[in-house]
Design a protein around this ligand. Structure first.
Ligand SMILES: Cc1cc2nc3c(=O)[nH]c(=O)nc-3n(C[C@H](O)[C@H](O)[C@H](O)COP(=O)(O)OP(=O)(O)OC[C@H]3O[C@@H](n4cnc5c(N)ncnc54)[C@H](O)[C@@H]3O)c2cc1C
Ligand code: SF4
Length: 510
């Protein structure tokens, strides 16, 4: 049997064909990729998520092999697949008499620890290399904010724009302003038309998980397919820049019953698996803006750049600064279980019905559905952040812990007590009504607060503020909300509390 000197591990979210590992072909190097039960089973995943990862991994293996590299691929259905990463690595090292083990920096704390511990027991050489993906290092957020009172994404984002010369004119931001968020908050009312989603090449399902007995959620049927290789990812990126970018920022916060994707890019899976590089995505979008400044305003491109080099890199920095303790933060000491309707979509609240069903149907929901509908309801009803994490990590194709956890615990649940967000992202029904058409078709009345038919978000919102007064009222960004709370007559507040408590006790009755 042919033996190799070096074993290089490629994890399921390290599908970057442009990594320097692949620049030169080397007969002494064996690459290894593995489909493992330890990865399918650590949370209850959406079936489309598992299928997306394994399909993308299989296609990546073919690309690497076609370039002449030697690659060993362990499929999930293989009879001698133990399901354990370290057990399988040990087998390969033993069988191939490997003398050196190399791996790319894992993005998840769980895998990072597992591989560190594995390497500490190895009797052969081992080496950790960069994944060559992010614009920042793991510890950059920590270092940038050392000695500062508060960690603010905006400061980090400006720093990265300057450092990487992105949307800059000399020392100044393009257009003279760093942030065009105030221009990006429109409701979508049927116009402009949302162009039909253009898929990647392959529509047929390439992978059958039904025989494997994996405990999963969601449906297999889909109306979109996330790109599963680099060529498809590049195609989706071009489609976004050409067709969707002109309206991206304007309708970034909009929600609509007929349009689950609106002008969103659907690039998160390609980015998180490293099939696309964040710098390349931003450069391509800026190039489009440069060519079509009359059609693509600065507010659109700035809004997009902010998500990729601002929020995405910031979330990663927070994750590495705070793990492992971040995973157990629970500032409000919330204890309630997640309502059952998150798993079924069975509720009369129209906003939640749509946001949950989008998630179950497509393994996707856009940011405002995740934050201001799904996360908002969980926070206002006091759901334990562990339950919230479990759902968010399982349901979305783009969910990988380094980006899911800070978004869920930090941004959406404020479980870190304000480390990441300057105030909790909560709202009554009026925000949802302002940004969507959900309320006009809902069984509940968004305009009322205490009657039997009143929008549940209304009483829940005031009840949350009232219950958490001691924790939140000194936050200057909450002062206006608390001034409004103080103006509510005592009797009305009593009724609001009563209704909110009834909702919290039985959310699945809604
Ligand atoms: C509770 C909650 C959980 C989330 N979980 C995840 C997750 O598991 N994985 C994930 O990739 N994103 C997550 N996000 C962020 C965001 O919702 C998704 O990145 C986005 O909806 C993906 O769809 P898109 O590619 O069409 O994004 P677009 O709206 O087109 O945005 C473009 C890109 O910007 C990046 N981006 C935008 N917002 C964020 C953000 N807050 N954090 C990090 N990157 C961002 C993504 O890479 C995204 O692809 C979460 C947000 C919330 C509120
Ligand atoms: S009325 Fe309330 S529950 Fe119904 S869709 Fe609007 S915000 Fe959601």
């Amino acid at each position: 049997m042919r033996k190799y000197h070096t074993l290089r591990l490629i994890l399921g979210d390290q599908l970057n064909p442009k990594h320097s590992w692949f620049e030169n072909q080397d007969d002494e190097v064996l690459y290894v990729m593995m489909e493992l039960r330890q990865e399918t089973d650590y949370v209850r995943h959406h079936i489309q998520k598992i299928e997306a990862f394994f399909t993308a991994m299989r296609r990546f293996k073919d690309i690497v092999a076609s370039q002449g590299h030697h690659i060993l691929y362990l499929p999930i259905e293989s009879a001698d697949n133990s399901g354990s990463l370290t057990e399988e690595l040990n087998k390969v090292i033993r069988n191939q008499e490997i003398q050196r083990f190399e791996y790319q920096e894992p993005d998840e704390y769980r895998l990072d620890e597992q591989l560190k511990s594995f390497c500490s027991k190895l009797s052969i050489d081992h080496r950790l290399v960069s994944s060559e993906h992010f614009l920042t290092e793991r510890e950059d957020v920590k270092e940038l904010f050392e000695g500062r009172k508060q960690i603010v994404m905006e400061y980090f984002y400006r720093h990265l724009r300057q450092k990487n010369d992105i949307l800059m004119v000399g020392e100044l931001p393009a257009g003279g302003k760093w942030n065009y968020d105030s221009e990006n908050r429109k409701k979508w009312k049927g116009n402009p038309q949302v162009p039909r989603w253009r898929n990647g090449k392959s529509k047929k399902q390439e992978f059958n998980l039904n025989d494997l007995n994996i405990n999963h959620i969601g449906s297999e049927k889909r109306t979109i397919q996330f790109p599963k290789d680099r060529d498809e990812s590049v195609e989706v990126l071009h489609h976004f820049c050409k067709v969707l970018l002109p309206h991206f920022g304007t309708y970034q916060d909009a929600m609509h019953t007929e349009q689950p994707f609106l002008f969103h890019s659907l690039l998160s899976f390609s980015l998180n698996t490293k099939m696309l590089n964040p710098k390349e995505v931003v450069v391509r979008a800026i190039e489009e803006w440069n060519h079509r400044p009359e059609e693509i305003s600065l507010a659109q491109i700035e809004g997009f750049v902010r998500q990729i080099i601002g929020w995405r890199e910031f979330m990663r920095g927070i994750y590495w600064m705070e793990m492992p303790t971040y995973k157990s933060t629970n500032f409000f000491n919330h204890k309630n279980p997640l309502p059952d309707f998150y798993w079924t979509g069975k509720t009369r609240m129209n906003c939640l019905k749509h946001a949950v069903n989008n998630s179950l149907d497509h393994a996707y929901a856009h940011h405002i559905q995740r934050l201001m509908v799904l996360g908002n309801f969980a926070l206002l009803t006091g759901v334990h952040p562990d339950d919230v994490d479990f759902w968010f990590l399982g349901v979305y194709t783009d969910a990988i812990e380094w980006v899911q956890l800070p978004n869920t615990r930090g941004m959406s649940q404020y479980a870190d007590g304000g480390l990441l967000a300057t105030k909790p992202y909560i709202s009554s029904g009026s925000y949802i009504n302002k940004m969507s058409n959900y309320c006009s078709e809902c069984a509940y009345n968004v305009k009322t607060r205490t009657d039997e038919n009143a929008c549940p978000f209304n009483s829940l919102y005031w009840n949350f503020l009232n219950t958490n007064k001691d924790k939140l009222s000194s936050n200057p960004r909450m002062s206006m909300m608390y001034r409004l709370l103080d103006k509510i007559p005592k009797e009305e507040l009593r009724q609001l509390t009563q209704r909110a408590e009834a909702i919290i006790a039985a959310p699945d009755d809604l």
